[in-house]
Design a protein around this ligand. Structure first.
Ligand SMILES: [Zn+2]
Length: 262
């Protein structure tokens, strides 16, 4: 059994990446599995009751597991028959709780896009009619959020013995085929190009920011993997440059990249 844990900030694109990887042969994507315990969630994506992957027996086993001693991932692997488990639990604290995956991907999105998404949600900007500019004050808070969480992730990743890989969401979006092939070979898993068109198959995972199945054709990510550039009209050019030129942000990404070369 192999476990691949995605490490990253909220809105880093882990839902898309984990859904693509779930199409590799013998792979199950658990999504944000901590929500099974923390919010009593199940698979909301397939709309089936019971979900054929995360069925009641498996969820009951997970909920009653003694996670100090039982292996969370082993229970999922035994319950689903998966050889590779992909998790988008994202935060080190969840991996410390469930067992550190043997493979870790640090996934990051263009910090301008990530900070924009976070600010929009955090400060409740309504961008449905016209793009509004996120205030500089909020962007500053967003930069601090990005830096503080990423420092925690970098400090944690530095201590792990797992194989670490760093993936840029934009790179994954532009070179999906090449990236998925590279990740498969890194994991010593068979590559299957049909994994990429994840909207063509039934998906199962816990939680997630949006539902793939119930996405509407006018939505940005409908049946495609696309770069999210909606931030461009909602951040001032000065703030955008400030993020782009932030030494602190890029030094952190460079620091994490060093862990992938160990
Ligand atoms: Zn399901």
């Amino acid at each position: 059994m192999k476990v691949l844990g995605i490490v990253g900030l909220d809105y880093c694109g882990s839902t898309i990446v984990s859904n693509v990887l779930s199409g590799l042969p013998g792979t199950v994507n658990v999504g944000e599995s901590h929500w099974i315990l923390d919010r009593n969630l199940r698979c909301k994506e397939c709309g089936k009751a019971p979900c054929p992957v995360f069925h009641g027996t498996l969820l009951d086993k997970l909920k009653s597991a003694d996670i100090e001693n039982d292996s969370w991932w082993e229970i999922i692997s035994l319950g689903t028959g998966a050889e590779l488990i992909v998790s988008s639990d994202k935060l080190p604290k969840h991996y410390d709780r469930f067992g550190v995956p043997n493979y870790l991907i640090f996934l990051y999105k263009d910090p301008r896009a990530n900070i924009f998404s976070w600010c929009k949600r955090k400060f409740e900007y309504d961008l449905s009619d016209a793009p509004s500019i996120i205030s500089t004050e909020h962007i500053e808070i967003g930069i601090n959020w990005w830096v503080n969480i990423t420092i925690q992730m970098a400090d944690w990743l530095e201590k792990q013995k797992s194989d670490v890989s760093v993936v840029s969401l934009e790179n994954f979006t532009i070179n999906t085929r090449e990236m998925v092939r590279g990740i498969s070979s890194w994991l010593a898993m068979e590559y299957d190009p049909s994994a990429i068109d994840y909207w063509n198959r039934e998906l199962h995972y816990i939680g997630g920011n949006h539902s793939v199945k119930r996405m509407k054709p006018n939505q940005h990510f409908y049946n495609k993997i696309a770069i999210d550039e909606r931030w461009r009209e909602s951040i001032s050019p000065q703030d955008s440059e400030r993020i782009r030129n932030s030494n602190e942000i890029w030094a952190l990404i460079d620091r994490i990249k060093e862990f992938s070369e160990r």
